[in-house]
Design a protein. Structure first.
Length: 258
């Protein structure tokens, strides 16, 4: 029997109408990659209130979602209900760190989860989850990183944010299809004031997974065009320091979606 779960974003979910905290649109990489992805099974780690899961289900994916917060999963049900739908996937109230074994999948979505995990366990546990991704399967990843600290009134417990090198280590041995690093401005209740976050996004392909999946899975132009140069591309042009100096007065609500 699953007992009630508590997550680090629960104060924010509690304040959000019907516990739906995040925007209705899926994450940008999920929206770009998933429609052209021929496999139709996905695991959504830290699925939250279900923006990515709803989008994936609308495309016909068989989704397994995992989140430790009962409030978040309540928001997921309410999000589906608001669209006149009922979740068709399997959504588990569970701590990712307590999963006995990884769930085999062709597409692993991990958006906004990694920085919530305790520092001493997250690298090895997340890599274990990634090990269940099929050969030529994808991970779509997003995490806060430590270039910008969370504000004291963020509404969450303090996070031990990963550094860039840790994220690079997470994807050692993987083919990087695309990546971004940027500073964004966010605002959400109860932390009503604008504040900065630094985030990384990665789309990575597993060159040697547990089964053979055709490389033709990647069909959209956004995914086919691998980024030239190194792992990280800073958007927009200019350094993170320059964006920080620009400050909150000039920064906008920068298409914030995990």
């Amino acid at each position: 029997m699953i007992t009630a779960g508590v997550g680090p974003y629960d104060r924010l979910y509690e304040a959000a109408p019907e516990h739906v905290l995040w925007e209705s649109e899926p994450g940008r990489d999920v929206a770009s990659v998933a429609p052209g992805y021929s496999a139709r099974d996905a695991v959504d780690l830290g699925c939250g209130d279900g923006a990515n899961s709803l989008f994936l289900e609308s495309l016909g994916f068989r989704v397994t979602g995992v989140d430790c917060s009962r409030l978040a999963l309540s928001g997921l049900e309410n999000r589906f209900r608001g669209c006149g739908l009922a979740p068709q996937g399997e959504y588990l109230l569970a701590d990712v760190l307590q999963l006995v074994k990884p769930v085999p999948t062709s597409l692993l979505v991990s958006s906004g989860l990694y920085h919530c995990l305790p520092n001493e366990a997250r690298l090895s546990k997340h890599r274990a989850m990634q090990s269940a991704v099929s050969k030529n399967g994808l991970v779509i990843f997003c995490s806060l990183v430590d270039l910008v600290s969370d504000p004291p009134d963020h509404g969450t417990p303090p996070f031990d944010l990963p550094c860039i090198r840790e994220v690079e280590e997470l994807f050692e041995g993987w083919e990087i299809v695309g990546s971004r690093l940027r500073v964004i401005v966010d605002r959400h209740p109860p932390a009503g004031n604008k504040h900065l976050h630094s985030l990384v996004w990665v789309v990575a392909r597993n060159p040697s997974g547990w089964s053979s999946t055709p490389s033709s899975l990647l069909q959209t132009p956004e995914v086919k065009e691998a980024l030239a140069g190194g792992l990280w591309r800073v958007e927009p042009s200019g350094s993170v320091a320059q964006e920080l100096r620009a400050g909150l007065s000039t920064a906008g609500q920068d298409d914030y979606s995990f």
